[in-house]
Design a protein around this ligand. Structure first.
Ligand code: FAD
Length: 298
């Protein structure tokens, strides 16, 4: 049975076949695929259950800020679009219960307005809350992990689960509690108190990012992780020292502004990014004998 027939009677789920997904990733890679947009938790549950009963795999799509979408895909993408009433953020709360599809920029605005300590950690990161937790997104100011208290998910069999966070729940750019295919639909978050200086800190950090990162280009953020070398040997620094800034392969360019970013300058596709990543990896190994793991999901 095909996906369209399987989910056709499920309320709150919209199926689009062969959709142009180019705009569904921040790198704007040429991409076409089947898309399921899910607007309710009950719809998500039924949808995952129905797909599991028919042994159909799926990919979870957040804002696509850390995923390289392939040019075509036989596996459907599922995107969560839960309703969110922004008036929920009109007051400061001790804990927040938020849909996973809410964007971090909305949360950052709330943090700037109210000086929420801890929330400066995710300043300027383009992401849905679900994607940010999956990646334990963070900056030099911290990571989102320590702000999360509970994560509500649906397993790929369609069962609800609640994960209570502990000190092992997150590590550098990853979470350690989700099983394969498990879908985050809701998140409980805290802050670490009120501190008016946080607003200034967030604004200054945004200015710094604007100066040092190619935020006007189509990118997926940092391509390589820095962790293996304890962040003192930044991947971008190595790429810069090797003189690779500006190197372009089929329209995919190593950013002249920040060497750990790649810019899609001319409707490039997945294979072009992978080719450029492999060129960099080969050079890193040849010239310095170092290997960096990719941060972006290939
Ligand atoms: C300009 C730019 C700057 C960036 N700067 C930073 C930075 O400073 N720090 C940083 O950490 N990252 C940065 N990134 C990378 C990116 O923003 C983060 O990795 C972010 O967390 C990705 O979130 P997303 O919603 O786009 O997830 P996606 O990229 O869509 O998905 C990422 C992974 O999460 C999974 N996922 C997404 N939503 C869910 C869900 N609801 N349930 C279960 N799994 C899910 C996906 O399947 C995928 O495996 C940057 C990216 C860009 C384009």
């Amino acid at each position: 049975m095909n996906v369209e027939n399987i989910i056709k009677d499920i309320e709150g789920v919209v199926f689009e076949a062969n959709k142009d997904l180019t705009k569904f990733s921040t790198m704007r890679l040429k991409s076409v695929g089947d898309l399921l947009t899910v607007g309710s938790i009950s719809g998500l549950k039924l949808c995952l259950k129905a797909l599991a009963e028919n042994s159909i795999e799926y990919r979870v799509l957040g804002m696509g800020a850390n995923q390289l979408l392939t040019e075509t895909s036989n596996i459907p993408y599922i995107k969560l679009a839960l309703p969110f009433d922004k008036s929920y953020l009109s007051e400061v709360r001790d804990t927040y219960l938020l849909p996973a599809s809410v964007t971090l920029s909305i949360l950052s605005s709330h943090a700037v307005r109210n000086g929420l300590r801890g929330w400066e950690a995710f300043t300027g990161i383009p992401a849905t809350l679900g994607g940010a937790i999956f990646m334990n997104a963070g900056t030099n100011l911290g990571e989102i992990g320590p702000l999360v208290t509970r994560v509500f998910t649906i397993t790929k069999e369609g069962e609800e689960k609640i994960h209570t966070m502990n000190e092992d729940s997150f590590s550098y750019r990853k979470q350690n509690f989700l099983e394969n295919g498990e879908f985050i639909y809701q998140v409980e978050m805290k802050h670490l108190g009120i501190d008016p200086s946080v607003s200034k800190q967030i604004k200054e950090y945004l200015e710094l990012r604007n100066r040092t990162q190619p935020l006007k280009e189509w990118t997926c953020g940092c391509v390589f992780k820095n962790s293996k070398h304890k962040r003192t040997c930044l991947a971008g620094k190595f790429i810069d020292i090797m003189g690779l800034k500006g190197l372009t392969y089929n329209g995919m360019r190593i950013s002249p502004k920040h060497a750990n970013f790649m810019e899609n300058t001319d409707s490039s596709s997945h294979k072009d990014v992978v080719a450029l990543i492999n060129i960099i990896k080969d050079e890193l190994l040849l010239q310095y004998g170092v290997e960096f793991e990719t941060e972006v999901k290939l």
